[in-house]
Design a protein around this ligand. Structure first.
Ligand code: HEM
Length: 362
């Protein structure tokens, strides 16, 4: 992941191209009400495609649409009654019909897509100029063919790719859906973000690595979107490798731990108005951005989210590109939109429509 330019400028210009495509898609609605969820998911799937396969796909590409829909189905099923039954009684559920069967065939679709791309890469292997995750992985696999303990193999590569799609699209897509909803329902905050960008940059281009520190208010708003409307119901389950004593509790080796990140992100002892969307949580008295230790949206420790840096760049570039291009408003006649999340493995907004009104300056 590091070699692919995360944490440097490498992938940023590709993300910007993708954000620009999204701006164009929104512009086609001519200010009429639109549901932003599918265009956002397509764009973020394309960022992961660029990272893993080295190319983006057109929204009309049938195989790519099948892949997007397959992940959507699986992720929506996670945590439902049917999924829990499958986890508890897999041997029984194998013989029964139900949505778990469609989920299993969706995983198969995704795996076949990944394997097809791996084959293509093997055929046109660009060993001297690796461009994407598969390009970097294949030589490692070759180097370790004679090592019986190596974890580099095609099956694992296909799993890594599927994991990037599963963890790297829904999370950022859901955050951006919340972002637009919160901006439409908090027009004063939206205007402050826009004004800050206009004052600092006018109409010149904006990059993450050079510019994010120059936009403290915008940064605070993005952090607050992630904190107040956190996308995960709970953290990723982990297992203790040894006995642990923590705050007087004995946790034996092999215990399954499910972190509850809401307990820190909404902790009333840490945040002034934990349940309320309030960018001041990340600003000091002088309006400077304040990093907060309690902001654990990406987890912590050795297994912290591997996509954290990518996600930060994506959220900044997509959010600033969209807010520079449009004012987001509720459709005429709509007084309010629900901020109550729909539950799933990610807590996404209820389906909604808003109007993206083009800004005159852009
Ligand atoms: C808003 C966006 C995102 C949020 C809030 C988020 C959050 C998290 C969290 C809380 C974890 C578990 C960390 C732990 O157990 O301590 C995690 C793991 C992971 N994330 Fe993210 N993530 C985001 C975006 C991404 C992106 C863009 C990728 C792209 C590659 C990604 C890839 C992963 C992977 C592969 C893991 C599993 C790591 C492991 O098993 O060790 N995430 N993420």
């Amino acid at each position: 992941m590091r070699k692919l330019g995360l944490g440097k400028k490498g992938i940023e210009h590709r993300i910007k191209e993708e954000a620009q495509q999204l701006v164009e898609t929104f512009a086609q609605a001519n200010g009429q009400p639109l549901d932003p969820s599918l265009p956002i998911t397509n764009s973020l799937c394309n960022v992961i495609s660029l990272l893993t396969f080295g190319q983006r796909f057109s929204p009309e590409d049938e195989d790519f649409q099948k892949l997007v829909k397959a992940f959507d189905f699986v992720l929506k099923l996670v945590g439902t009654f049917s999924h829990i039954l499958y986890e508890l009684f897999p041997w029984l559920m194998e013989h029964l019909t139900g949505p778990h069967k469609k989920a299993l065939s969706s995983v198969e679709i995704a795996s076949l897509f990944a394997k097809k791309e791996i084959e293509k890469h093997k055929e046109y292997q660009t060993l001297h100029d690796p461009q994407d995750f598969i390009d970097f992985y294949l030589p490692e696999m070759e180097k370790t063919t004679n090592d019986p303990n190596s974890t580099y193999n095609e099956e694992n590569l296909a799993h890594c790719i599927m994991e990037f799609f599963a963890t790297g699209t829904e999370t950022t897509a859901t955050t951006l859906q919340w972002a637009l909803l919160l901006m439409a329902t908090h027009p004063d905050i939206q205007e402050k973000v826009h004004k800050e960008m206009e004052d600092v940059f006018g109409s010149s281009c904006l990059t993450y690595y050079q510019d994010h520190k120059k936009l403290p208010y915008t940064k605070a708003v993005i952090h607050e979107i992630q904190r107040s409307n956190y996308v995960f119901l709970c953290g990723i389950p982990r297992q203790t490798e040894k006995d642990v004593n923590m705050q007087g509790f004995h946790i034996p080796k092999g215990t399954l731990i499910v972190p509850d990140l809401h307990s820190v992100l909404l902790d009333p002892e840490q945040w002034e108005t934990p349940e309320k969307f309030n960018p001041n949580h990340f600003l000091d008295m002088d309006g400077r951005f304040m990093a907060r230790e309690e902001f654990l949206a990406f987890g912590a420790g050795d297994r912290v989210c591997v996509g954290e840096q990518l996600a930060r760049v994506e959220l900044f570039i997509f959010f600033t590109s969209l807010l520079r291009a449009f004012t987001f408003q509720l459709p005429a006649g709509v007084k309010e939109l629900s901020l109550v999340p729909a539950l799933g493995i990610t807590t996404h907004p209820q389906p909604y429509k808003l109007c993206a009104i083009p800004r005159c300056s852009t």
